[in-house]
Design a protein around this ligand. Structure first.
Ligand SMILES: *Cc1c(COP(=O)(O)O)cnc(C)c1O
Length: 394
């Protein structure tokens, strides 16, 4: 817990940009499972899957070992392979694009809207080719993408629409829950995300056929699950296609079930912190929050601001270091994915591919936001930013 935190110049105990919240209920839930007969592929996995299906209002949920595994399973299920192109934004964690590459597919980067950093549907249309098979929408920071526009593009060109919703658990788009807006939706349960299972992820869909493929993929490609084999009194199983071991344990799922109960309260807290930041930075000479659309409920995995570099004597790097030195765990989400050497060399990409993302990347900072963050910590972030802004103002 965070009781004894001191803020020192040496950065040893700064306010992080994100952090899990584990309490005694969570610990007890995990310990109970550790004392039971099933510690993996047991009843808690199905219970967690059902709890998430109920929360989102979706039919099929398949829990796996990470958000990355969930993305990989999604790319497998929709049949991505060599020669296939998948359109996605560069402003995401590399795992979104990596999952396309795992299957031998080609990631095609479409630029973002400068006000929200969400994939721009007009840019998506411009990137469609005869090889395009899917679009991956990334709900950057926790704000849902323009799903109406993306859906109509996907339908028009007969593409799958996949949502990397690792930032947006609990978010809403035009009265529809994230998790019901794409053909397949992915969440992550890494400790910085809205709820945690340590490591973990889930795929959500209405399509029972895709769900079945993903269940097999999670377990080496084995056709029948072990429960069915026990019921049918048989050892026989078949591997019809190659799969991985992407299973999640029962004690992780017990943690997830316990965490999920607190999610609505935690989202409300994230929104309250965001409101405090919004208020402090409205009309700020240096700090500009991202645009919030009126018809969404943002679930604030991240709180991202853009620096007005024209009014600063220094670049983002200097501001970043100054804030870190003051104990504020700012971060940068993200380096545009295709600028990483692997993507540049493998797909012959040069800088300039998505000029909006590259330009805004120079200006962004993620400020601390997590449910356990106190009002005092929030004020400390704001004061530190004001101090740094004043120091480097020109
Ligand atoms: C966290 C995250 C992932 C990967 O999830 P892991 O559980 O860490 O594997 C993928 N995409 C985005 C946008 C993320 O934020």
């Amino acid at each position: 817990m965070m009781k004894n935190i001191k803020y020192s110049e040496n950065n040893s105990s700064s306010i992080p940009y994100g952090r899990q919240w584990i309490d005694e209920d969570d610990i007890q839930a995990v310990v109970d499972v550790l004392r039971s007969d099933w510690i993996t592929t047991g009843p808690k996995v199905a219970e967690f899957e059902q709890a998430l299906a109920d929360f989102v209002g979706a039919k099929e949920t398949i829990a796996v070992s990470s958000g990355t595994a969930a993305l990989h399973a999604a790319m497998y299920a929709i049949g991505i392979g060599p020669g296939d192109e998948v359109i996605l934004p560069p402003m995401t964690f590399a795992a979104t694009a990596n999952a396309v590459v795992f299957q031998g597919g080609t990631p095609v980067f479409a630029d973002v809207d400068p006000e929200t950093l969400l994939i721009d549907p007009a840019q998506v249309e411009g990137k469609i080719s005869p090889c395009t098979k899917a679009i991956i929408a990334v709900d950057y920071a926790g704000q849902p993408c323009d799903y109406d526009a993306l859906r109509s593009i996907a339908d028009k060109h007969n593409l799958f629409l996949v949502a990397d919703a690792c930032h947006s658990l609990g978010a809403i788009y035009k009265e529809k829950n994230v998790g019901t807006l794409a053909d397949l939706t992915i969440f992550s349960f890494h400790p910085v995300k809205h709820i945690t299972t340590g490591e973990g992820g889930i795929i959500i869909t209405e399509d029972t056929h895709l769900a079945k493929k993903i269940r097999n993929f999670r377990n080496h490609g084995i056709e029948e699950d072990h429960n069915q084999r026990v019921l049918n009194d048989t050892w026989h199983y078949e591997i019809q296609d190659i799969g991985y071991n992407y299973r999640i344990t029962d004690f992780q799922c017990a943690l997830g079930i316990s965490q999920l109960k607190k999610l609505p309260k935690w989202i409300a807290r994230r929104q309250a912190i965001a409101k405090t930041y919004d208020y402090s930075f409205s009309e700020h000479p240096i700090i500009q929050p991202l645009h919030l659309k009126s018809f969404v409920l943002h679930s604030y995995h991240l709180y991202v601001v853009c620096l007005n570099l024209g009014k600063l004597k220094v670049d983002r790097g200097v501001v970043f270091k100054a804030l870190r030195k003051m104990g504020i765990g700012v971060n940068v989400h993200y380096i545009p994915v295709y600028l990483h050497p692997f993507y540049r060399s493998t797909f012959s990409i040069d800088p300039g591919l998505c000029p909006i993302a590259e330009r805004i990347y120079q200006r962004i900072l993620s400020l601390p936001i997590f449910p356990h963050m106190s009002e005092k910590e929030c004020q400390m972030v704001i004061e530190s930013i004001n101090k740094v802004s004043k120091k480097y103002y020109r």
